[in-house]
Ligand binder design. Structure first.
Ligand code: 5GP
Length: 119
């Protein structure tokens, strides 16, 4: 399927800074930036810079435990440093789950009451 192809996504351009984004945190492995269409007062996206390591996958395999663990540690650090308080962490995996950009990303939502289950 489409997601198995190593296509460039909008997030590759954001990583390359060829299109602008509001960066909240960055290191050699990940980028955290503000979602362009925020669904809460705080809506951040956490992405691995090297998408190709995940491009063949629906989500991830054991070899990606390192980057996935790092992404979670970055979420916790950013949540603390940005004073997010209560927050929700979301991965939409597949079109039926709402995924539109096929470059692994975690959504961080905060700043309003969040109901469960989501829509
Ligand atoms: P998905 O639906 O794939 O889980 O999430 C993709 C997210 O990327 C959406 O929340 C959408 O608003 C965000 N997004 C799409 N294009 C851009 C962009 O060019 N810049 C930023 N900052 N966010 C984007």
């Amino acid at each position: 399927g489409k997601r198995d192809e190593a296509e460039q996504t909008i997030f590759d351009k954001i990583v390359a800074k060829s299109i602008p984004s509001q960066v909240v945190f960055e290191d050699d492995k990940v980028l955290v930036f503000k979602d362009i269409n925020p669904q809460a007062p705080t809506h951040l996206l956490v992405i691995p810079k090297r998408r190709e390591t995940l491009s063949q996958l629906r989500f991830a395999t054991a070899e990606h435990e390192g980057i996935l663990g790092h992404m979670l540690a970055v979420v916790a650090k950013v949540a603390s440093e940005e004073g997010l308080g209560d927050y929700r962490l979301v991965v939409n995996d597949g079109r039926g789950a709402g995924q539109e950009v096929f470059h692994l990303h975690m959504h961080v939502l905060a700043g309003r009451p969040l109901t469960w289950p989501p829509g």
